[in-house]
Design a protein around this ligand. Structure first.
Ligand code: ASP
Length: 318
């Protein structure tokens, strides 16, 4: 049970001295590259990205896009793409973004009836003068770019929604059974970084709600000089703290990816009501070092590198 005393105790343990957090003589872990890091137990996605990067390091955006597509297209994944949970009116609306090592970014939000939102985000980045398209405009742009209309509800997600509607109480699951949003970061053997994020957002959210996942600097941020970061969990908390941008800036000031994620979780916990909410943060730096930290137990993440493919439990605050 959450109480103020235990909160303060944990908070002081989380307080990070800038000196402690600096890396002494960090070494470039070149042998670890390529490396792919994603939220949750997304082994298949990580493997897809890793294999593409092994064969062709410069195809980093293809690697990331194909990996995220595999989750978006899987009807068993209940919080991304096809099969994702609908909003409180029964419509599935998708948020996604992508960012490359040159600082280019593309994003879509409140996108309906299109399966692979991250691919539309990539088209926004590459084929439009804009960074973010929303709702009907995003859908029309997708259709103009060769995407087709697709019913994102599965019989399972529809039945679950109809059951939810009997009580209609908005109560997001803290850690989803299968997994939540996919945020995926990669570094290639040339030490270039890119990332993407894709979600159907919080289950049974209010129609029109957009979360952190398509917001550059909240759900995803990449700075090729420093590192990259992505987020999952209760998007409102991430948006209020611009967590991904913050983590990259903390790494720029010398923190390791791990310490930067921990510090970003600390900031969230200081600013907002975190009761019954989860946030999981990931970071990857230019050296190929990985960091993960969550508000509470239950967040895991997957790494693919020369050592193989592993899903690991994140450290956490509460
Ligand atoms: N961050 C996502 C959102 O708030 C949800 C999630 O990660 O499960 O839309």
């Amino acid at each position: 049970m959450f109480n103020r005393r235990s909160f303060n105790k944990i908070l002081s343990a989380l307080l990070v001295s800038p000196l402690m957090s600096c890396q002494s003589n960090p070494k470039d872990n070149a042998s670890h590259k390529p490396l792919v890091l994603s939220t949750w137990n997304n082994k298949e996605a990580n493997l897809i990205a890793y294999q593409i990067l092994k064969e062709n390091p410069s195809s980093i955006l293809d690697a990331i896009e194909k990996a995220v597509n595999s989750v978006e297209s899987n009807p068993l994944d209940v919080s991304v793409g096809y099969g994702g949970s609908p909003d409180s009116s029964g419509n599935v609306t998708l948020d996604a973004c992508i960012m490359d090592h040159n600082g280019n970014a593309g994003s879509v939000c409140f996108l309906k009836d299109i399966k692979n939102a991250v691919s539309v985000a990539r088209k926004v980045m590459e084929n439009s003068p804009h960074v973010m398209l929303c709702g009907q405009g995003a859908k029309e742009f997708a259709l103009l770019n060769g995407f087709t209309v697709f019913d994102l509800l599965t019989p399972q997600s529809k039945n679950k929604f109809l059951k939810w509607k009997e009580k209609a109480v908005f109560e997001p699951e803290i850690n989803s059974e299968r997994h939540d949003t996919i945020g995926l970061l990669a570094i290639n053997s040339l030490s270039n970084l890119s990332g993407a994020c894709s979600t159907s957002g919080l289950s049974y959210k209010l129609p029109g709600r957009v979360g952190d996942s398509p917001i550059i600097g909240s759900g995803l941020y990449v700075d090729n000089e420093v590192g990259a970061s992505t987020a999952t969990g209760y998007g409102e908390l991430v948006m209020q703290s611009c967590s991904s941008f913050l983590i990259v800036e903390l790494m720029r000031s010398g923190m390791t990816p791990m310490i930067a994620c921990k510090e970003a979780i600390k900031r969230i916990s200081l600013r907002t009501d975190i009761e019954n909410k989860q946030v999981g943060l990931l970071a990857l730096d230019k050296l190929g070092q990985v960091g993960a930290f969550a508000l509470r137990r239950g967040f895991n993440y997957t790494v693919a590198d020369i050592n193989g493919l592993q899903t690991l439990e994140s450290e956490y605050f509460l």
